[in-house]
Structures are given as structure tokens and as C-alpha cells.
Design a protein around this ligand. Structure first.
Ligand code: TXA
Ligand code: MG
Length: 318
């Protein structure tokens, strides 16, 4: 059921069942972080491999020390700058944080989401929430309550509707090696903005053998329709004559009889707006019965980098 009633969400979560929650990034599939059986249900419903750990969502940075320990000063600086907001920190976990959440790792992922309804929910609950994105493993993340409902239907008791997600792409993930910040996942906070605090970041984005953050698995966030990413949309288009082709473009539509359907992410080329629209556009494209989707590569800076990273994981290389 889709609802805006917090009471219903509180009731279900308190009974240790799952609720989809709105955040500023994407919708999350939430459970009581202190109940292992509830947390297990997340892995079952998502069909998520057990080695892929979950993010703990807190109501405030004040609760951080209950979850993590030996927190580097720069982590607090980042929390200060970006929470509530789309930044996840990987920190040494407190001993009581369950292996079910961390997949047996010594670290725990944590963030304070910036959505009024979910912050109100967290403030009313006596426990934090663990939540991965509310999509089956490997599918496009949901940015509306309806997307979540389309994925899980009545298998999920409550989808708390907080409207379309303002950011539209997952949180940026930062970990620490010898107290130095390291980039684990590109996300809604531009790397450049984090580097104003940390200095230049090293990144461990493409460790596919032993994915530290399996958001790094190469095929992820994928539409069912075969999708290509290219700098040369017009050039690639010619290869698919006679097929039903959908386009994903940054700014303007292409006038061509070869195009069956197209999505423009931001008429003005505004990157935050493009990020906000990305997954909803991919969801729509994927439902059009197209033979192929061609996505245009974004300018490689700021959130453009993040969008390109998500598209690369969703696509075949052209
Ligand atoms: O914006 C977001 O981060 C959304 C909303 C709902 O908060 N959540 C989200 O969760 O994207 P999920 O589970 O789809 O992605 C979290 C990523 C996964 O790739 C997971 O492997 C990684 O974070 N992760 C979580 N805990 C980790 C840990 N202890 N060490 C390394 N990676 C971790
Ligand atoms: Mg996810």
C-alpha cells in the first residue's frame, strides 16, 4: 500500500517488518537496524546477495557514536558539511552492530537522510533504520513511491510516499584509510564539493574482484532493454535503422525519423536537474517496448561524472 501516514509506517517497522521510505536520493527499503530478522527480510525481498552490506540511517549526527567508533576528525567535518544529506560514511563499527547489516565487515555505512517525512519518522522511532535502495538487486533505483510499488506490489506492506526524490541518485560513499578520505561510490554530492574539505580524493571505484561497495559491480542499475552509452548519438543511431530506438539526452531532442521515443534530462543542461530525472527517465524508457536505448554521455564534471558512472553500469559500451 502507498500511504503518506507515518503511523502506518511506524506500526509496521515496530513489528519488525519492512517499509519503503522516501529519501532525498532514492527510495529505501527500511527495517529496524536492531532486529536481525527484520534486516534479513530486506535481503530476501530484494534478492540481494548476503555479502552486500546495508546503510544505517540516523536522525542526527548526535547518534553517530552509538553506531561507529574511532571516527576520524575529517569524517565529522564531512558530516557537519553534508548532513542531513546524500553522503554516506564508512566507519569502524561499534561491536553491537550486527554482521547482518555489515555483511561481516568491520565497517558500517551510515548517513543522515535529508527528507522531512523520513526525518520525522526517524525521530519517532526508538531505533535507526537500515535501508538499501528499494529495488530488486541489479535493477534501476526507485525515485517515486509508484516505482517501488511497481517492483514489489503487495509483498511490501507499506510504501511511505514522500513525493519524487529531490536528488534522484544515490548518496556518495566515502570511507577512510589511515584517517584519509577515500571515494567508494560516486553519488549525489559532487566529488569536487567533498574535495573542498578532504583535498584530492583517491578512489577505489572499480574493484570488481572483491567489491568493497558492490554498487561497483559493473552491471548494476540496469534497464531490461539493451542500452548503449555514447558521445555520438547521431552516429550510433544509424546502426539501428529499422529498430525501435529510444534516446536519453541531456538537453535537446533530436529530430529524426529513426527515433521512436526520447527523454531529455534537463532542457537547460542543469546537472542537478538531470540527475533528479535520470532514473525516472530510464524507468519510462524501459517500459516503452523499445529494441534499444541510446544514452548520451554527460560532460565529465560535477554530477555529470556521477550520471556517466551510473549510465556506464547500465549500458553496453558503444
Ligand atoms: O542514497 C543512498 O545511499 C540510498 C538511500 C536509500 O539511502 N541507499 C543505497 O543503498 O543506495 P544501497 O544498499 O543500494 O547501496 C549502498 C552501497 C552498497 O553498494 C553497499 O555494498 C555499500 O553501500 N556498503 C554498505 N555498507 C558497506 C560497508 N560496510 N563497506 C563497504 N561498502 C558498504
Ligand atoms: Mg542500490
Amino acid at each position: 500500500m502507498i500511504t503518506t501516514q507515518l503511523d502506518q509506517a511506524i506500526q509496521v517497522l515496530t513489528q519488525n517488518d519492512l517499509v519503503a521510505i522516501p529519501t532525498e536520493t532514492v527510495y529505501g527499503l527500511a527495517a529496524n537496524a536492531y532486529d536481525d530478522q527484520a534486516v534479513q527480510k530486506i535481503y530476501q525481498l530484494k534478492k540481494r546477495p548476503a555479502h552486500n552490506p546495508l546503510i544505517v540511517h540516523l536522525k542526527s549526527v548526535d547518534d553517530l557514536a552509538q553506531i561507529a567508533q574511532n571516527i576520524p576528525p575529517v569524517a565529522y567535518e564531512l558530516a557537519q558539511a553534508f548532513w542531513p544529506g546524500p553522503l554516506t560514511l564508512l566507519l569502524e563499527k561499534q561491536a553491537h552492530i550486527s554482521d547482518v547489516i555489515t555483511a561481516g565487515k568491520p565497517t558500517v555505512a551510515v548517513r543522515v537522510p535529508n527528507h522531512p517525512l523520513t526525518l520525522e519518522l526517524l525521530n519517532k522511532l526508538p531505533f535507526p533504520l537500515v535501508a538499501p535502495s528499494a529495488n530488486p538487486f541489479g535493477s534501476i533505483s526507485p525515485t517515486t513511491a509508484q516505482h517501488v510499488f511497481d517492483y514489489f506490489g503487495e509483498d511490501l506492506k507499506v510504501v511511505l510516499d514522500g513525493g519524487p526524490c529531490g536528488k534522484g541518485i544515490e548518496s556518495t560513499i566515502i570511507g577512510f584509510v589511515n584517517q584519509q578520505a577515500v571515494l567508494y561510490r560516486l553519488g549525489s554530492v559532487a566529488v569536487e564539493d567533498i574535495e573542498k574539505i578532504t583535498g584530492q580524493l583517491t578512489s577505489v571505484l572499480h574493484n570488481e574482484q572483491a567489491p568493497e561497495a558492490p554498487g561497483m559491480l559493473s552491471r548494476h542499475y540496469a534497464p531490461n532493454t539493451t542500452t548503449y552509452l555514447t558521445d555520438d548519438v547521431l552516429g550510433l543511431l544509424k546502426n539501428f535503422e529499422g529498430q525501435k530506438v529510444g534516446l536519453l539526452r541531456l538537453k535537446n531532442q533530436i529530430q529524426s525519423p529513426l527515433v521512436a521515443y526520447q527523454e531529455v534530462l534537463s532542457e537547460s543542461g542543469n546537472m542537478p536537474e538531470a540527475a533528479q530525472n535520470l532514473y525516472a527517465a530510464l524507468h519510462r524508457l524501459d517500459r516503452r517496448g523499445l529494441d534499444v536505448i541510446i544514452a548520451e554521455r554527460m560532460p565529465e564534471e560535477g554530477l555529470g561524472k556521477t550520471i556517466n558512472d551510473k549510465l556506464e553500469r547500465a549500458t553496453k559500451k558503444a
